[in-house]
Every structure is written in structure tokens, then in C-alpha cells.
Write a protein that binds this ligand. Sequence first.
Ligand code: SME
Length: 286
Amino acid sequence: MKNLLIVHGPNLNLLGEREPQIYGNDSLKTLNASIECFAEKMGLQVKSFQSNHEGALIDFIHEQRNWAEAIVINPGALTHYSYALRDSIAAVNLPSIEVHLSDVNQREEFRKISVIKDVCEKQISGLGKEGYLRAVEYLVGLDVLNKLQGSNPDSKGRDETLRMVVKLLKESFPKYSWVGIYLVEGAELVLHNYMGKPSPHTRIPIGQGICGAAVHEKKSIIVDDVNADPRYLACSIETRSEIVIPIMSGNKVFGEIDIDSDLEAIFHDSDQEILEKCAAVLAKLF
Ligand code: SME
């Protein structure tokens, strides 16, 4: 996935002037610059567009349908009633995410209805500018997942697939400074493959470290500040946060995906969601 559309609907041209207590102080130009800069760092090319006219938005989506591979759309108030805009998103059949700066579910009743959301992968609302950035990351994550599923993991074989997923994740997310997979061997986790700086922790007893805790508890763990977590086993002094996702089927854990970042509090629900979907694909190989 390389080519991304950012589409803004009615009234978003007035961002920064219009009810800043609700929509923030960024102008549309600043907002687009932030999204474009973020997406470009993830290796994407972006085309941004805003219109106050339903038909112009639909024309733009149609015109770009052969270039674009994904869409992030803030439909503004069209969210709540534009079946035509909804149909245009369905028609081009590109993975799309609906974004709102404010939390539309905590405002007037009419804003709780979205006729767009069913044709999108998800709705992200109330996170301000950050919502667009999360949407971009989620679309990149879906692309990783599609590549993993499309690589025919069954015939490729387990070792190769485990190496492929590490490479795909490391290369797709600049914020992931270390990506590795550990496999359960008896009472230990053994490092299978990784990308990033070498780790001293090639074998971790289950129950120790954040890695061992995730397997022991059979659940994903996000640590926003590793230095404040007594369980943390240091891999690099630059690491600030970590996410660990068990590879499991039913109650049986086969291994885990472990990811470190040099940025604090950088892992979100959307990382967890995508990584759990990847782990579910990997679990079928055991
Ligand atoms: N930090 C992990 C150990 C593995 S390294 O991060 C690669 C932990 O606390 O379990």
C-alpha cells in the first residue's frame, strides 16, 4: 500500500477558526501537512482534498480510484446522511477509515448515526489530529496483514513465515525499533528471529520479563514506560515502550510477537488489534 487519499468534507476548510474548542487550533493546511509528513515517513504518497460539496467529494474519490490504495475520510456532517458518499466508498472498494476530530458519539443525537461507517474498516473519533495518524497506521497494518495472508503461509512453511512477518512489521512501522518472535520451548521462550539491535535475551523463562508475563497470563501486554515496569528485561538502553502479543490458539500459547520502541507510550489499541490478527494467522502454523 503506497498511495493514500485524505478526504475532508464540509466545513473542514474553516478548521482553526470554526469552534476551536471542539475542532482544535490547527488550520486544514497545518493538519494536512502533519498527516502528509507522518504518512511519508511510513513510505506513503498522499493526495489530500477538501470540499463543501457532496458531489465534488464523490467525483474526487471516483477520479482517484485507480491511483489510490486506501482512503482516510472525515466526511463532516455528511457522515450522518449521505448515502451517495457512502455508495462511492463502497463502489471504489478500497480499505477506508472514517475519522472525526471530535467525539461524535458524545455530542448531539444526530451525530451518533453514521451511514458511512459500515463501508469503512473502522471509525476513529475524538482523538483530534492523532485520529488521522492512527488511521494511517491502521491502514498500513491491514496491508501487512493482507501480505501475510496472501503469502500462502501454509505452503511457505513456518520458519519462513515467521521471518517474513518480522520483516514486514519492522519495515512498515518506523516507530518499531526492534521486532522479534519468541517460541515456547518447554518452560522457556526462545528467540526465533528478529530485526533490530542484538538482544541479550535469547532465552527467557516463562513468567519472567514482559515477554514471559504475556505468555504466562495468555494476554497481550502494552508497557508505556518500560523503565517504570519492574518486570522489564532491558534489551537496549534506548527502548522506552514495548508491546507483546501471544501467538495462541484456544488456551495453548506457541510463542509471541515482541516489539520495542524508542518512543514512550507509542503503542495503541490499533497496534494491538493488527498484531493480534497477525498472531492469529501465525497460530494456524503450529
Ligand atoms: N524486554 C523484554 C525482553 C526481550 S527484549 O526486549 C528483546 C522483556 O522484558 O521481557
